[in-house]
Design a protein around this ligand. Sequence first.
Ligand code: EPU
Length: 418
Amino acid sequence: MSSLIVQGGARLTGRVRIGGSKNASVAIMPATLFGAGPTRLEDLPDINDVKVFSEILCALGARVDRQEDGSVIIDPTGLSRWDAPYELVKRLRASYYLLGVLLGRFGKAEVALPGGCDIGLRPIDQHLKGFRALGAQVSMEHGMVKLKAKELRGAEIYLDVVSVGATINIMLAATMAKGTTVIENAAKEPHIVDLANLLNAMGARVQGAGTDVVKIRGTDQLNGCTHAVIPDDIEAGTYVMMAAATHGDVRVENIIPQHLDSVLAKLREAGVIVEENGDWVRVAAPGRLKAVSVKTLPYPGFPTDLQQPFVAMMTTAEGVSIVHETIWDNRFGYANELIRMGARIKIDGRTAFIEGVPKLFGIPVCSKNDLRAGAALIIAALSADGESEVDGMEYVDRGYERIDEKMRSLGATVRRAG
Ligand code: EPU
């Protein structure tokens, strides 16, 4: 396990630049396999999930090359495999997007059920319902999902739950189907719009992404393109909360502030000064924060991926905050570590009750199996008295680009160990 030694107590100040969105990247990278030629991706973040997905695409026969200017070229012309066994996909939840892409591209796909963060049950029944509606036969053998279709045909698909993954996977397969597909009760996350923009730049015809009805008119030929990945709203929200928790004053740059509306509204309620302008937001928290309650919801609601940093921030606010998690059934696993640091938290099912304390104290802690839990422990460690060692950085590095360097540039005293 690798860890981060954090010296608590510093107010974070200055500017930080946010990288490309993890969850957009892991949908966009496989989508480039539809192209008849290479696609150039700008702002693809330098994070472990992107590295792992690059390895997976190469193992399937594609080429992935990072250029000197930081852009990444994915050339799918050598793509030869439609199977992705467990050894290949086990490190990446989003490898399930290969189902939609390989089904669209080859009319068949065999992909192992993936791993990823341990945050509760992660069914893919809605993805499979969508593939079946498009005409695929679906079977499950030895942990592999097998899909086969003579021909994919457009269909009307109503999602029983609002699912980011199912919306994206069905969009991907439907892009190569004959006729029109309509996804109702679709997820509306910014990365779904980003994927639609990429697909349309490749020659697809996707309408309505960002609303709960997405319409895809299928095609049989897509080309490569150049696409800049949108900024990561969750990385941005994490730095915003780092600044607030340390009573700092930070300008978080290269973002789309609108994507953080629900988060910034909650920070304002907590007494944080928030200034938005074009592609940045400045947050300053001179005094003690006020307790604020929140419920996680699909976009544009408060994101589940910022629930953990939010709880960490509220541990030292004045009053009692209630945080209700509606997306995942097991996403408070990190609370015990915060309690060991002196936080007063009670968990009842999917609800956390946080009674603010004046200070946390630094100790060794471990973030288990959820990269956002790691981010929460780092925020807690920054605001605590004394030194903490946050173990499990390999999870954090899955989704946060050079987090130690970025924190140092804001005045934090942190170093890697182990
Ligand atoms: N669900 C079903 N059936 C399905 C799919 C989902 O019941 O077929 C349920 C899930 O169990 C969950 C809810 O629907 O209760 C939402 O799941 P969703 O499919 O939206 O999640 P996901 O696509 O697997 C993505 C992100 C997660 C993020 C969620 C929610 C990626 C690679 N992952 O997961 O990101 O928490 O959406 O916004 O995009 C993270 O970045 O830390 C992370 C876990």
